[in-house]
Design a protein around this ligand. Structure first.
Ligand SMILES: [Zn+2]
Length: 328
């Protein structure tokens, strides 16, 4: 396999082994790697999504665990989807960043104008087959991980506060985020009713920790069980007995004011940065980008998931926010 150009840059240790998804290919739904279990009783349609990014193994391990434990809903319907399996199938621990997607980022294609448009890609084909299930979900959990080693988990609640109650009901992880989306395209959690304040549908994206760290897999399962417990689809005692991570004392909300999008391939941070780093003073130089200087827009500026690898023009490099309840 040919290594990607970035393969020699910052490749963390791959602690997780990719699960064998071959047993889960045929879920009887007509859509590969998508399982639907109907209790036959009234209740919400609850969907868990893993592998929106093909190299983020933690969610796939959580869904593999649920399927191996033959989890069936006590009420409503349960949908389990391994999203970008085509990319996942290319996962190579020696070049683990290369299998994030095949043609394009599956988490930027969820606008109807894109989904129903003429453009073709591996990810669009998959998104189009998943779409009816996504649009049928009342509550959705999208499981991801992050590139920074040791990065603490956070829940992205979307661009409004409507899914914050769901994130708080899970009680995990400690940091919640309301953000401004991505210039490059619509995320799954921002699609349709999930983003419509008038709709009761809710979706959250949990960044479970760092790619390929054991802790991310533990958190992915922990938060999945909390989600199933909250929705009443599984026995609460059973879910609680299998939780793996301590509950944080409190959850703090970071509200993102702006996303920093690279204007050129020359974008560079001017100081070492890390996820949830708090910069005390407004006007602190943060990055340079083809002659432009990015500075912190306000005091106590919190950096959300800075891109530690070389960026490209149009890519979100970092998001800037502040804690809702003031500085830590
Ligand atoms: Zn992801």
């Amino acid at each position: 396999m040919t290594a990607s150009p970035e393969a020699d840059l910052l490749v963390p240790e791959v602690q997780l082994r990719p699960p064998d998804l071959r047993p889960w290919r045929d879920g009887g739904t007509g859509v590969d790697h998508l399982h639907l279990r109907d209790s036959g009783r009234p209740g919400p349609t609850v969907m868990l999504v893993a592998l929106t990014h093909g190299n983020e193994l933690c969610g796939a391990l959580a869904l593999d665990w649920l399927l191996r434990h033959d989890v069936r809903p006590l009420r409503g319907r349960l949908v389990l989807a391994f999203a970008n399996v085509q990319a996942f199938d290319r996962f190579d621990p020696a070049d683990p960043f290369a299998s994030r997607y095949v043609d394009e980022d599956l988490n930027r294609v969820w606008d109807d104008a894109v989904l129903r448009g003429p453009r073709q890609s591996a990810e669009l084909q998959r998104a189009r087959s998943l779409r009816p299930f996504i649009d049928g979900a009342d509550l959705l959990l999208d499981l991801h991980s992050m590139q920074e080693p040791g990065a603490p988990a956070l829940t992205i609640c979307g661009m409004s506060d409507k899914s914050v109650p769901l994130a708080r009901a899970l009680g995990q992880p400690a940091t919640l985020l309301v953000d401004t989306g991505h210039a490059a395209g619509l995320r799954l959690i921002d699609r349709g009713g999930f983003a419509d304040p008038a709709s009761p549908r809710q979706a959250v994206l949990v960044e479970c920790g760092a790619h390929w760290e054991t802790a991310s897999a533990d958190l992915a399962l922990d938060v999945s069980l909390r989600f199933l417990r909250h929705t009443g689809l599984v026995d609460a005692d059973w879910a609680t007995a299998h939780l793996r991570c301590p509950t944080p004392d409190r959850q703090r909300l970071v509200r993102v004011g702006e996303a920093v999008t690279a204007r050129s391939n020359a974008f560079r941070f001017t100081q070492p940065v890390h996820h949830l780093m708090e910069i005390p003073k407004a006007g602190t130089l943060l990055a340079e980008d083809a002659g432009q200087r990015w500075t912190t827009p306000h005091d106590h500026c919190v950096l959300i998931m800075p891109m530690l690898r070389p960026g490209r023009a149009g890519q979100t490099m970092v998001r800037l926010g502040r804690y809702e309840d003031g500085p830590a």
